[in-house]
Design a protein around this ligand. Structure first.
Ligand code: CP
Length: 312
């Protein structure tokens, strides 16, 4: 394994498989497994909001015997303009053994890794990658289709729907799913799902219903208003005509679910904009694996911490 985890695109298939195999082993263990991180301190530097990733890294570190300290943008010297490099070096100087970083800007994970001596784990940076989300999504997709023994996803189709261009989850999912042989379809309007995303090894589809018929899982992306200029959670984004137009084309509604194969799963990395990209009926249906994604995220993050930071 490498010292840092910046993105899945930079790992080879065996490295990704080893993390998934270790995550599977973590799932089979009793919740507390002292040892790998005994007496180690993990710095959780979350300069952008998070619920799932931040809390699951905290739980993962504690289950491995480690301790965590947290720093957020608000209330820290980041709010006074301290640079990313100075911030992470300060946390390292306080004695942490690794830093888990979430940041708003592209390139943040590479920049931080470049100035640190301790391992750096990317917990979502800009629009680039969210590698532990890609790992947990591959884990859940494999589990849903009985592929946890090998993680071979060949013959399966995974559809990623919505605001693909602004999504670090989409990029990590494409890297993970295609490595294990899945066909990946990215679906969305041109303003949010540019044809160039196909350069990453996926297919671009504008017709959501056609993608739904083909998919073995549908990953509904959050509309990332904070990355759209002049957009707000209740208003239309400049990238779509109106929220009603967007829903008409790309929301996963009760009617649209009827186009899915009976065995196909609904996924969402969270947080979801219920009533926009996904309806309550779908998000709370038996085929929705959204909470399973959260649960598996702990095991994936345990595997990452144990491999990159742990003692043997
Ligand atoms: N999926 C995800 O990264 O969720 P959080 O922003 O809550 O961590």
């Amino acid at each position: 394994m490498t010292r840092d985890l910046i993105g899945l695109a930079g790992l080879d298939t065996d490295q990704i498989r080893r993390l998934l195999v270790d995550a599977r082993a973590m799932a089979a263990r009793p919740p507390m497994w002292r040892g790998p991180l005994d007496d180690m301190l993990i710095g959780l530097v979350f300069l952008e909001d998070s619920t799932r990733t931040r809390v699951s890294f905290e739980i993962a570190a504690q289950r491995l015997g480690g301790w965590t300290i947290e720093l957020s943008g608000r209330g820290s010297s980041v709010a006074k303009g301290e640079s990313l490099a100075d911030t992470v070096r300060t946390i390292e100087a306080l004695g942490v053994d690794a830093i888990v970083l979430r940041a708003r800007q592209d390139g943040a994970a590479e920049e931080a890794a470049g100035v640190l001596e301790c391992p750096l784990i990317n917990a979502g940076a800009g629009t680039q990658e969210h590698p532990t989300q890609g790992l947990l999504d591959a884990y859940v997709f494999a589990e849903a289709h009985g592929r946890l023994d090998t993680f071979d996803l060949s013959g399966l189709t995974y559809a990623i729907v919505g605001d693909v261009d602004h999504s670090r989850v989409a990029r990590s999912d494409i890297a993970a799913m295609t490595r294990f042989g899945a066909r990946v379809i990215c679906v969305g309007p041109e303003s949010m799902c540019h044809a160039s995303i196909a350069d990453l090894g996926c297919v671009v589809e504008r017709d959501f219903e056609r993608a739904l018929q083909a998919a073995d899982a549908v990953q509904m992306l959050r509309m990332q208003f904070e990355r759209h200029e002049e957009a707000g959670p209740t208003g239309a984004s400049p990238l779509i005509g109106s929220l009603a137009d967007y829903r008409a084309g790309y929301a996963l509604t009760a009617d649209r679910v009827k186009h899915m194969k009976p065995s196909a799963a609904v996924m969402h990395p969270g947080p979801a904009n219920r009533g926009l990209e996904i309806d309550d009926f779908v998000a709370d249906s038996p085929r929705a694996l959204i909470r399973r994604q959260v649960t598996c995220g702990v095991w994936v993050r345990m595997a990452v911490l144990a491999q990159l930071v742990g003692k043997g």
